[in-house]
Each structure stands twice: as C-alpha cells, then as structure tokens.
Write a protein that binds this ligand. Sequence first.
Ligand code: ADP
Ligand code: MG
Length: 373
Amino acid sequence: MRVVLQNLTKVFPSRQKKGEVVVAVDHFNFEIPDGKLIGLLGPSGCGKSTALNLICGLETPTEGKIFFGDDDVTELPPENRGVGLVFQNYALYPHLTVRQNILFPLQNLRGSEKLSKQEMEERALQAAKLVQIEMLMERKPSELSGGQQQRVAIARALVKMPRVLLLDEPLSNLDARLRLQTREEIRRIQRETEITTVFVTHDQEEAMSISDLIVVMKAGVVNQIGKPQEVYDNPVNLFVARFLGTPSINLFDGSVKAGKLFIGGEEVLSVPGAEDGEVTVGIRPEGFILKKDGAFTCTLERVEVMGRDTSVVCTHTSSLNDNIRAIIPAEDAADASGKQARFDLKPAKVLLFNPKTEERILFSFGEKQEAKA
Ligand code: ADP
Ligand code: MG
C-alpha cells in the first residue's frame, strides 16, 4: 500500500503558558512506496512519533492530507485505516495469554470482516509463527523476556493483516544483543509480508541497517530522503552529515582558494569547481589514507586496535571536534607512531559545507563526480 503525505503539518499549542507553539511536523510532502520499509530518523523531539501518529490517526493534522493508495484517510479514525501499530513499551494485556493477546484485535471485527473462531485461531497461529513465538502461546506476558514480549506485540499488530505497519522505536527497551536480533527479524517479516512499513528510530545505525529508504528529520522538517548509502555518501547539509555514521564525521575549519582546499595553512586536496571562501570541511573516518608524506598533518594522540581496523586518534588546531578519528585497515597502521600522523584524503569522503547556511558545497573529483541533493 502506497502512502502519500501531502503538506502534512501538526502544530501543538505550547506546553508552557506563554511559550511558542511547536510545529512538530512541518509540511511533509513525500510518498512511501508500496511494500517498502521506511526509516523515519531524527533526534529525540524532532516529531517522529507525531508523524507516525498522524499516519495512524491518533493525531489529527493541523493541515494537509494522508492517502493510502488512492483513499484519502485523513478523516478516518484509526480503527478504519487498516494499520498495525507497535510501540516502544509492548503494552500487552498482562492477564491474557500470548494467544489471547494476539487474538484480541480479531475479536472486535464486525460485519463482513467478522471471522469464525477457527479462522481467528488460524490467523493468530500464523502471526505467531511469523515472529517465531508459536511455542509460547499459553504463557502470560510476565513469563516472557522483553524480546519475546515485543514479538507478541508485533504478532498482534500483524494479525489483522494491516495495510500499513507502523513501528515507533520498537527496539528501544531491548538490550543490545536482542536489539540487533529483533531488527533483523523485523526486516525478515517485512520482506515476507511485503507490508508497507514505517519504522521510527533515533538510532541512525538501526535505521540505516534495515530501511529501503530513510527520511532524516530535524525539528519537524524533512531534511533528506534516500537510500541509506546515498544519504550517507551525499548528505545535503551538515546536520545530515553529522547525524549519520559511527564514528561520526570529522569536522574542520577550512578554506578554498583557486580549486584547492586548505586546512590550517596546508593544502590538503584538490577541489575543482568549489568557489573560493571559508568552508566547513567534513572528513569521514574512512576517508583518511595514512602516508609518510601525506598532505594533511595531524597530531597523533593514540592508536586504538579494533581487530580488522585500527582507529588512529589525532588532534588538529582547525578541528571542530575534540578528537579526529581515522579508521584505517589494520595492516596499514604500522606507520602510526611518533608525534605526527600524515594523511592523504579520499576525495569522495571529503564533504564541504557553507559555514553559515550549513548547506553542502559541491566540487568535482575525476569521473566519479556525483553529489545529488
Ligand atoms: P520524537 O518522537 O521525534 O521524539 P515527538 O513527535 O514526540 O518527537 O514530539 C515532537 C515535538 O512536539 C516535541 O517538541 C514535543 O514536545 C511536542 N509535542 C508532542 N506531543 C505534544 C502534545 N500533545 N502537546 C504539545 N506538544 C507536543
Ligand atoms: Mg517518539
């Protein structure tokens, strides 16, 4: 089911007496393609839950429309939209068994949707199998781990065969290992069922790893939409560049003169096509090549061994971060000793931004020149 958001806006009155209104969702205009998993990503408070609640009908928009396929669902109550919802806290009925919890949404179906008892049982078992909890059907929620409880919640959301599945930080209450495992499960279930899914998270790694498309939000405004790798490689602005990637992008004050990029007086890279002036330079941790006569000289602080890769930690007077992190293959790290580390830079991993507007500045590098907004 394709979902279309048109000028979708939600303004909340201030929670303080004389405070300003909050534009939690500011003119969303995008389409969620049929059968895809979209990661709605942004820092806490940026409006992700509000956007999700608008799609499911728990909130009424101040302005704009929502379509499921060709149906305008803007005025429909949540129960008539055909959505499945999963929240961070699993919110299961504690006095009901797993089976009864999953059956619950089916028992309220009326009219032509009404199912026989046997049909309901079959559907519940099918949903339980999808999330692999069919052996736990007679347990109470208190007899389950957090991960199992969240699976029950997902089964309950799936049992009505929703047109759209909406997940609001569904992994936040799980420990690190379960989080990884459960996110892969969600991805598998989504692929198997091909239900159009919106997955809300503040965790960029989580969103990048399971989404077909990510939507990066800041303060109610969509900053960028794209495939995870495309957005990572070609962020439209400094906010998006900083929000994606661990370790995060290294930032420096720099300047461009006659197609050359300078950081702290050193000419570090050729940047044909970039205009002269001050720039904020972003270098991805994987953009450094350790080299004895490298163009960019940093002060070496320490080397952290991480197995496959090595993290070379440096400082620089023009750095905007406390530390610079260069991730280099372990076999190349032999050169990282002494007081200095010198690097050549991979042009595709160097991003320039206007220091005032924080918008991306493009330059060309060889044939591969490509940077889309
Ligand atoms: P997120 O899910 O990204 O953390 P939310 O959608 O919960 O963000 O909130 C977005 C903004 O809207 C926040 O500033 C929040 O304080 C505000 N907000 C959310 N719900 C309400 C409400 N019912 N009344 C007033 N302000 C709200
Ligand atoms: Mg939220």
